[in-house]
Design a protein around this ligand. Structure first.
Ligand SMILES: Cc1ncc(COP(=O)(O)O)c(C=O)c1O
Length: 371
């Protein structure tokens, strides 16, 4: 056999992404009926209007999509109150994370982010050959002061998740503004607001106004979460035209499908689906919080659609839950080995998770294993 081609050094340094296990895989391998609370998906499913629009758009699948996403661009721009030229679309915000790194970093530069945050930031930075610099969390939250202090002359890009995945913590618009005032103008700050709609807190964000003020930021949002369209792959960025232009240089022209554009467009008009999704999430966050309190499991208060819970040994507990048909995410690979992250599900799914967690922790106590 010939030797495989040599992988580039920067790419070898990327830690492979560990996705949540698909339900089908768990059911096939373990022979149990499973629920998945592992990937921060919307338990209500997609908007029925989006599903209908995707079906209708399927008849045009022999055509390439509109690479500029004209109709969606104008509709979304109107809804957000931003100029259409300030939008850029990606196959999920994940693609836009990679594209921003690609557009702004070279092997001589540094990309900065937090530890224990969305791993695609680190992957994007490393893939360009740039140096990855990560600052530790402080009390489970992203340390804006620490990040500002870590900026050097070589820093070209900073990635921030607000709320942060996997901790569910957040920083306020005023904290972000003070942070930004400490960052040199030639550094691009990517503000990932994938969970924006869930973050119903006064003072949470004024990111779009900050784009309008001409700040060097890209605001990222997605149709994967509250709109329930994770399988379609559609996210967007909002930034000044020069930044959109730079991302467009590395974006391939047909990166978002016609089905995705049609589904997203219809989902935007389904305010009722968003309202019900948010209501379900609020109730679910309460249900999980009270349930974890009852089980005497500590957790980080979250404003997103997931909760980080300290179960002592995340791998062992997530493994045991899998055998009971509940898929959650162990967090060792994100640097928090004592924790699992559970997505807010339907009331019934949350109940099933809490019952399975209670059973698992009881069994571990009986075996004399630390919680
Ligand atoms: C902080 C954060 N950003 C981005 C994403 C990816 O979203 P998308 O499906 O739009 O690529 C996720 C998904 O879990 C996330 O947690």
């Amino acid at each position: 056999m010939t030797k495989p081609p040599r992988i580039s050094e920067p790419v070898l340094r990327i830690q492979p992404y560990v996705p949540g296990k698909p339900i089908e895989e768990v059911e096939r391998e373990l022979g149990v009926q499973a629920i998945k609370l592992a990937s921060n998906e919307n338990p209500l499913g997609p908007s029925p209007r989006a599903v209908e629009a995707i079906r209708a758009a399927a008849a045009d699948t022999h055509r390439y999509p509109d690479g500029s996403a004209y109709v969606l661009r104008h509709r979304l721009a109107g809804k957000l109150g931003v100029a259409p030229e300030r939008l850029v679309f990606g196959a999920g915000t994940s693609e836009l994370i990679l594209l921003t790194a690609h557009a702004y970093l070279t092997a001589e530069d540094e990309g900065l982010t937090s530890e224990s945050t969305f791993p695609v930031y680190a992957a994007g930075i490393l893939a360009t050959g740039a140096r990855l610099v990560e600052t530790p969390l402080v009390e489970h939250a992203i340390d804006l002061d620490g990040i500002a202090a870590a900026v050097t002359r070589r820093t070209r890009i900073i990635y921030l998740s607000n709320p942060n995945n996997p901790t569910g913590t957040w920083f306020s618009a005023s904290a972000f503004e003070s942070f930004l005032n400490r960052i040199p103008d030639d550094v691009l700050v990517v503000l990932d607001e994938a969970y924006y709609e869930y973050a119903e807190r006064p003072g949470y964000s004024r990111s779009l106004e900050m784009v309008a003020e001409g700040r060097n930021i890209v605001v990222l949002r997605t149709f994967s979460k509250v709109y329930g369209l994770a399988g379609l792959r559609l996210g967007y960025g909002v930034a000044r035209e020069e930044i959109v232009g730079a991302i467009d240089r590395v974006r391939h022209p047909f990166n978002t499908s016609g089905l995705a554009q049609a589904g997203a467009l219809a989902a935007l008009d389904d305010a009722e689906h968003v309202r019900r999704s948010l209501e379900m999430n609020r109730a679910g966050l309460d249900q999980l919080s009270y349930g974890l309190d009852d089980l005497q499991v500590s957790y980080v208060p979250s404003i997103a659609n997931f909760i980080l819970a300290d179960v002592g040994n995340g791998d062992a507990v997530a493994g045991a839950l899998l055998h009971l048909g509940v898929v959650v995410r162990p967090m060792a690979w994100m640097g928090i080995p004592q924790a699992i992250r559970v997505t807010v599900g339907t009331a019934e799914e949350n109940r099933k998770f809490l019952a399975a967690l209670g059973e698992t922790l009881d069994a571990r106590r009986e075996q004399g294993l630390a919680q």
